[in-house]
Design a protein around this ligand. Sequence first.
Ligand code: NAD
Length: 275
Amino acid sequence: MDSKVIVITGAGGVLCGNFAKELAKDGHRVALLDINIDAAEKLAAEIRENGGEAIAIKTNVLEKESLENAHNEVLNTFGKCQVLINGAGGNNPRGTTTNEYFNPEDIDKEDVVSFFDLQPDGVSFVFDLNFLGVLLPTQVFAKDFVMGEKGCILNISSMNAYTPLTKIPAYSGAKAAVSNLTQWLAVHFANSGVRVNAIAPGFFVTNQNRGLLFNDDGTPTARTNKILNATPMGRFGEADELMGTVRFLLDDSVSSFITGVVIPIDGGFSAYSGV
Ligand code: NAD
């Protein structure tokens, strides 16, 4: 694929940070947008030290003004955005129940968050981050390539989009909405030279899920054992294992007729009934 200007939100994180590193190695100019500027700057410096072209920009994907500022900085440094990867997202304890199954005794327990204790602001926080956090950057950056130039958008959905996981109703609903929005945008931009696709990673250990997967002493939680039992390959994925599909979906020379798809990369999780 020719060298492109690639904007990656959430690039200070584990999965999208790796996208940034690998795509920079391929010769692309990468703009790393993250609310965690320290992480994004550290990675951008590392990419530059290795001969790549990268900038880090402190950006909140939920604030239009912050995104507009980032857009101007990308235009001034690299020129128009040609690829947008909407990677910022994740779960939060405020949208999470303590237990998998409802037990009437939980209602009076201070240390248990039951379904009835979930607060609207906690649910909205997770929903907004994952859904609006894709919609708003797309509004700001896709303008660069709907005006007669080709462009490409990649969103990050999840296994939760197909069947919700226990405990995380807000994240599951929001990721289902991301898959849905991917299809909607693909149709909406189909005649504008813009392709919109998504990947649906299975289970990868990153900052946003570490607390659910491992106890403080580093031992796996019961949830980790369930996940690994439900993943036929019996292990977590490695960030690099997403790269083949990412490169494929971004490259017009091999995927020019592909738009509106969500590709699972999950060690067989979505194919397995559990029996
Ligand atoms: P991560 O926590 O390592 O990275 C997420 C990044 O998003 C962080 O750097 C964080 O600072 C950034 N971010 C959070 N809020 C932001 C905001 N308002 N504005 C800008 N940046 C913000 O997690 P990750 O697992 O690498 O997540 C990357 C994407 O992959 C997310 O969309 C996540 O939902 C998705 N995903 C992850 C998994 C997994 O198993 N890890 C599975 C499926 C999907």
